[in-house]
Design a protein around this ligand. Sequence first.
Ligand code: C2E
Ligand code: CA
Ligand code: CA
Length: 566
Amino acid sequence: MELVRQDEEIKRHVLVVDDEMVNREILGNFLSTIYNVEYASNAKIALDMLTDPDVDYSLVLLDLMMPVMGGIEFLEHRVNSEKLKTIPVIVMTSEKDLEIKSLKLGAADFIAKPFNVPEVVLARCERIVELFENKRIISHTEKDTVSGLFVKDYFFEYIRRIELLGKQIPRDALVFDIEQFHLVNEFCGRTFGNMVLAKIGEVLQERLSSMNAIACRANADTFYVFAAHQDDYCELCCALQKVISHFFNISNIRIRYGLWENVSRDFEIEAWFDRAKIACNSNRGDFSRCFSHYNNELHAKYVFEEMLIHDLDDAIANKDLKVYYQPKYNIVGEKPRLASAEALVRWIHPKLGYVNPGEFIPLFESNGLIRKVDNYVWKEVAAQIRKWKDMYGKTIPVSVNVSRINILDPELESKLEQIRTKYELSPDEFMLEVTESAYSENMKRLVEVVENLRKKGFRIEIDDFGAGYSSLNMITTIPVDVLKIDMSFIRDMEKDERNLKLVKIIIDIAKFLKIPSVAEGVETESQLDTLKNMGCEIIQGFYFSKPVPPKDFASFIEEEIETRKN
Ligand code: C2E
Ligand code: CA
Ligand code: CA
């Protein structure tokens, strides 16, 4: 019983349009063995029935001579209707002239009247239904419903076919994506996001034929274009930029492009776009440019970064990541005294040698791997402080960097607390440096994190203070324990009056808040004197020491312990 019902459900709908009841009955009799047959006695009724959104017709069998509205008039209507054009029509006639006319008007086939052999009629109907369904499936799957462009697989397939026709023609692979598009979906909803993508698709499509190009939406907000080589893409970029400016008035959301000009046929088609994508990604977060060309230099950088990503787990397991310590000196008294230290990670790579944190920290921040690095560093540092404490009976506070990416981790507070308690450290021995940029990115979460951590006793230093635009705003919202003046101000303060003033303002703000200010990047005695005169309390920089491995740092601690004794 169950089976029969299912069969009924999947029976396709066929509409027989004929004014003669006898014909309707004959056809209905044998068609109903495999179809759900419905009837209309003229084309006008048929048109009404076919526009019913609740029924999907798979086929129309159409008589030509009918009262009210005949078959030819029906076909003329159908040519102009997107929906009706997807439903095949078989014309039933006995007149040769009309047969030709109706085929020209888009009829898929014809059946001669009277109907002599029912099996033949049925077979023809089935063939046409199948043909149209295949066509519909193909056009449905090859195009992305949101943008109206090809989907990736078909895009690559068509490139393969285009390439078969002429490999000597120079061609370009262009990739572009919308930076921060996730914000659009998050804040404006998917429907709005899709509207933007649809408009991008439309603007792109309007230009494809003049560029001799095809395009696809490769995924969410990434588009690929394969075009005959163009001198430039200014017109396209401008048109797309207009779409973005029309929808958004913030500069965070923008389109970035990567181009591999004159692709090399020595590489696979997918690789052309991988490379254009590398160029595209190289603009990430760099607001000074949005269009990059793929070149060897970029490729080398890409290979290097891929290697770092690939090797990170091994580096952690083999302890190739080393933690160095840079002392911070209190300069308030006669003689500078070791006050604390900052833990800074280094990577001694087995093949690449020393890798600068500037090369891997931003990379791992961009893909979230920084959480692994930080976790590792925090544990190493906690273990090291414990060791020094056991060795010397006391120790100095060490601050670790907490990447802005970690701020979003809901388990951040508990992770830090676990590490601290595991090594039995007091909260003021294990301090946290959080960069100011974390505030502008996610103010609400940062305020929450800082409050929770302070409740647990942690002390928070605001790193790179003054560099972001939210400095003042931030310190009025969150209570913090230390301000670290951004290194760039210190570097330029003796050359540039403005920087000097800024440093002074930050030191005064810290005083007003009754917290110490730290100047980092101090390299010379004259910088130190200037800062001291302005009332800065703590100094970190090459003037005192570069970051050093723990065994070298131990001598700084020993020296401090000696001084305390005297
Ligand atoms: P940062 O937190 O602002 O660290 C200070 C940077 O200034 C360090 O660079 C330090 O070596 C450098 N520095 C210190 N004194 C001087 C000086 O007198 N002159 C000059 N020119 N530079 C000085 P480093 O170690 O290369 O680290 C760069 C950045 O990488 C750090 O900036 C920090 O943002 C990040 N970083 C380092 N280690 C970690 C880590 O374990 N976790 C996270 N999340 N980030 C880290
Ligand atoms: Ca820092
Ligand atoms: Ca800093």
